[in-house]
Design a protein around this ligand. Structure first.
Ligand code: ATP
Ligand code: MG
Ligand code: MG
Ligand code: MG
Length: 443
């Protein structure tokens, strides 16, 4: 039998409950008392415990946390794994169990409770970094070997992939070990060097185990933390992709009703770009989860993220030939796909968001139509660059977002001269400063 997303969550939490973990309630996606950011990882609400500032309810913790990341939103849809909003399953040890138990438990969950075939699992470990004075993580290698992971499937990677820090400055840090599932050679790049960390679709990172063991000081020196912690995160949609044999995270059970509705609205046509439908359902899912914590489209902070997601999705609708507002129609099917991943109270709030989304889409519709038709006539110079001033004008005079314009031009194979854009922006802000000043002086 194929596990649904809610069943995967149940098995995960059930396993860790059985192993003494206290299940933390999930934190609202929109961090209270901060208007700009969303939660980006399951560990974020646990920082006071991890830093030993507050005593946790138990040294063993678990949670399922809604996350939203916009660091890489342009990439969403162009590969099988990257979403804007996703659910992260996590388990933590606050100064209690260490690498051995973390690895044993992760493997037991995957093999016995989620029934992933052992042969499909690969792991990465920290290779160390001389320039930082950090040793390779032999301890993790030994623990993986001990539980039967073949040496060939333990891949050492450098600081970029397998060193966890909290930014560049001083603070806690430590090596990580990531678990990947082999989705088959057919999805690979075909190179002999293809392994986890390769950018192709063969290996999907599903779970990250972070071993917080060092404190990095201002002078670059390292000491061992008095309290060593384990921080893990598994992406629900990624493990669901593997277990459900889906083509991508965007076609797991959570998204099926929305994709179905979208096919009714815009039947699939030959030669479609795969990214289009993926972006629409991904972005609307993020809008739904944000809307459920009352983040509406708007100008500033988090609201502007929601606005941007709606606009990007609306534009992809045009690619499918949808000229009228349609995004609101996807909200109920999306909620239905989440099933018990949303509370019944949340399910009852979905209808109220439909109008909000539809209004936003309608407001943008004319700007979108105009901008798209103007962009059709934009041409590049001989080097293939579009004058960035064009994008600036489009934004300043017609309200068409420059990032959206750039994306459309890039899809046509053009590049943007952003220096020119920046020049125009600076000139414009000087001009408007001057005019504000004269206005006040004369009145
Ligand atoms: P990636 O390398 O794919 O960007 P990551 O290393 O940034 O992922 P982590 O910060 O380690 O991700 O997050 C823990 C887990 O959460 C990942 O192993 C993955 O399963 C999931 N995850 C992280 N980012 C995303 C995303 N953008 N979309 C879907 N799942 C994600
Ligand atoms: Mg990432
Ligand atoms: Mg990664
Ligand atoms: Mg990772």
């Amino acid at each position: 039998t194929v596990l649904s997303s809610p069943q995967i969550v149940e098995r995960y939490l059930g396993y860790f409950r059985g192993h003494g973990h206290y299940e933390l309630p999930s934190t609202p996606l929109a961090v209270p008392g901060n208007s700009t950011s969303f939660i980006i990882a399951g560990m974020q609400p646990l920082l006071p415990y991890l830093r030993a500032e507050t005593l946790p309810p138990s040294p063993r913790l678990s949670s399922v946390q809604r996350c939203l990341r916009t660091d890489d939103v342009e990439a969403v849809g162009s590969n099988d794994r990257k979403m804007s909003a996703f659910l992260m399953l996590g388990n933590w040890s606050i100064g209690e169990y260490w690498k051995r138990e973390a690895i044993v438990m992760a493997l037991e969950v995957l093999l016995q409770h989620l029934e992933v075939e052992r042969e499909r699992l690969w792991v990465t470990v920290y290779a160390g970094d001389e320039s930082l004075g950090l040793p390779g993580d032999d301890e993790a290698i030994n623990e993986w070997l001990r539980v039967g992971m073949p040496n060939e499937r333990i891949v050492p990677l450098g600081s970029e992939d397998n060193l966890w820090t909290m930014g560049d400055g001083p603070g806690p840090c430590g090596p990580s070990s990531e678990i990947f599932v082999d989705r088959g050679v057919a999805l690979g790049c075909g190179r002999a060097t293809c392994r986890p960390g390769c950018d192709c679709e063969r290996f999907m990172e599903v779970w990250n185990l972070v071993f917080m063991q060092y404190e990095r000081h201002a002078d670059g020196s390292l000491t061992t933390l008095p309290q060593r912690n384990i921080d893990t995160g598994m992406g629900l949609e990624r493990i669901a992709t593997v277990l459900q044999g889906s083509e991508s995270v965007f076609s797991t059970d959570v998204f099926l009703p929305a994709l179905e509705r979208l096919r009714e609205l815009a039947p699939e046509q030959e030669g479609e770009v795969r990214r289009t439908r993926r972006m629409i359902v991904d972005h609307m899912r993020a809008v739904l989860l944000a809307g459920l914590v009352d983040v509406r489209p708007g100008r500033d902070g988090r609201s502007s993220v929601v606005r941007r997601l709606i606009r990007r999705a609306a534009r992809q609708g045009r690619v499918l030939g949808l000229e009228q507002p349609f995004l609101g129609e996807l909200l109920s099917p999306l909620a239905a796909g989440h099933d018990s991943l949303l509370t019944s109270q949340e399910h009852s709030h979905v209808q109220g968001l439909v109008q909000v989304v539809t209004n936003e889409e309608r407001m943008f519709s004319r700007v979108l139509t105009q901008g798209l038709s103007l962009l059709e006539h934009v041409e590049a110079n001989e080097q293939g660059y579009v004058d960035g001033r064009v994008l600036f004008q489009l934004h300043a005079e017609r309200g068409f977002p420059a990032d959206l314009a750039a994306e459309i031009l890039v899809e046509r194979g053009l590049s943007i001269d952003w220096q020119r854009y920046e020049q125009a922006r600076q000139q414009h802000s000087q001009v408007s400063r001057v005019s504000v000043k004269t206005h006040f002086q004369s009145s």
